[in-house]
Design a protein around this ligand. Sequence first.
Ligand code: DX5
Ligand code: ZN
Length: 217
Amino acid sequence: MPTRINPSILAADFANLERELGRIASADLVHVDIMDNHFVPNLTFGPPVVERLLQVSPLPFDVHLMIEDPERWAPGYAEAGAFSVTFHAEASTDPVALARRLRSIGARAGIALKPGTDVEPYLELLPEFDQVLVMTVEPGFGGQSFMASTMPKLGRLADAVRSSGLDVWLQVDGGITEETIVIAAEAGANTFVAGSSVFNAADPAEQIARLRAAADE
Ligand code: DX5
Ligand code: ZN
């Protein structure tokens, strides 16, 4: 199972986003956190910024929508050319319909679960998704500590993906470091978002390599 490292530009220098994208070119995807000040108490970028950044990015975009009413906004990110669009289960009124819409536009469809959200209702929906994001912090801010209490949920998903034979990527996001990535990989994750640990490193490319090596141990 290949390991994917997706740096989150939430931790990048917002005054120099094009240059920051260049510093993480050895990663797999760019994780783009969209926050609306309603679903989470923080505000980041919207479609015009994402569209422009896509034009200068060496890597495809993994868009993480921490917003209310994803039915209204998510398709626009797929139409803008995002590789994957992940919306929150807690915010969606019809996750299956929205995933089908995203796939029909040509994006991979992802569903995200906050730390307190039960995974069981979503296990039978796995064929509808290309990715499940298990949040390992409460969404809203970078630089928080990894919550190991979310690992059993990942284990349930990993078992379900294995027995289904589907190629659903299992992503973790929040507090991923060289230490916690090992725990998440052992629990079954294969796609790792890392914000502060990559962008606060002296050399982000070296840090990406270290994270990849730790996950592949
Ligand atoms: C948190 C965001 C994360 C965040 C991770 O709500 O979804 O993607 O950027 O940041 P770190 O890696 O610093 O925990
Ligand atoms: Zn995120």
